[in-house]
Design a protein around this ligand. Structure first.
Ligand code: BTN
Length: 255
């Protein structure tokens, strides 16, 4: 089915490939060669070298799930807070999924994962292109588990929309609607209407305001999640003192 989202920017230019190494790679290449306008979406049914955060692989059953990347030119007013783009996109994906899965417990796992009943359903990988210190573009890669079944494989803590809803879903339709949600958030971002983004992102974090367990320097750390700063660092409170942590140095224990 043809994907034609009703959007202003995101996915107005949309390109499909049956198979790619990674949609992020192609999107970055097109961007660097000035061949992708703002909001261009590259999507595929199969990745041979899908990438996740922290140099991990992103493995996805061919044809079952959504895999796409969006090319975005910098928004001038957010130069002071690079993580705001991550927050906006994460919140868009979060909102889309929680509306579809109304009866489930949907949360954001810092920094960019979407969890349903403590299992991962979607991941986001934002890669920035700089010349010197100047940001000239961002590639936003999104993977959402749609029709894959994870039940028989309990070594990976993942789930899909199909598994949650007990029905096979139309991926093209989901992509269309998800792009529309992302477009809505992107327009807020470029119009500097961003205060609610920081608030909503924090409020929907898995473990927000609660005593949660983390692994930090090989030890268990119990602390309360306060939020996430402008650089994307996690703010934790312990014994009335706040500390900030980088992605990769701390791991939240999922129960
Ligand atoms: C993560 O959770 O670690 C991020 C996963 C991001 C996966 C998507 S799938 C489309 C795009 N292309 C990639 O190679 N990765 C992202």
């Amino acid at each position: 089915a043809k994907v034609k989202p009703n959007t202003q920017i995101i996915g107005q230019n949309l390109v499909y490939f049956a198979r790619l190494d990674s949609t992020n790679n192609l999107a970055m290449e097109l961007f660097k060669n000035n061949m992708a306008e703002n909001g261009t979406v590259i999507y595929t049914d199969q990745q041979t070298k899908g990438r996740g955060q922290m140099q991990k692989e992103w493995i996805s059953q061919p044809f079952e799930n959504l895999m796409f990347s969006i090319v975005l030119k910098p928004v001038t007013n957010i130069s002071t807070s690079p993580f705001l783009l991550n927050k906006s996109i994460t919140l868009a994906v979060y909102n889309f999924i929680s509306e579809k899965l109304k009866h489930e417990d949907v949360k954001i796992k810092w920094p960019n994962d979407i969890m349903v009943n403590s299992k991962k359903i979607a991941g986001i990988l934002v890669e920035n292109s700089y010349s010197g210190h100047q940001l000239n573009g961002s590639i936003v890669g999104i993977g959402v588990n749609i029709n894959q079944s994870f039940e028989e494989n309990d070594t990976i803590n993942a789930t899909s929309m199909c598994e949650q809803l007990n029905e096979v879903l139309d991926k093209s339709l989901i992509l269309e609607k998800l792009l529309e949600t992302i477009d809505w958030y992107y327009l807020k971002l470029i119009n500097s209407d961003t205060e609610f983004i920081n608030v909503d992102y924090a409020l929907n974090l898995l473990g927000f305001g609660q005593e949660s367990e983390f692994i930090y320097e090989d030890k268990v750390l119990k602390a309360k999640i306060i939020g996430c700063d402008d650089d994307g660092r996690l703010i934790l409170r312990k014994n009335k003192v706040d500390d900030i942590y980088l992605h990769g140095e701390i791991k939240q224990v999922i129960k």
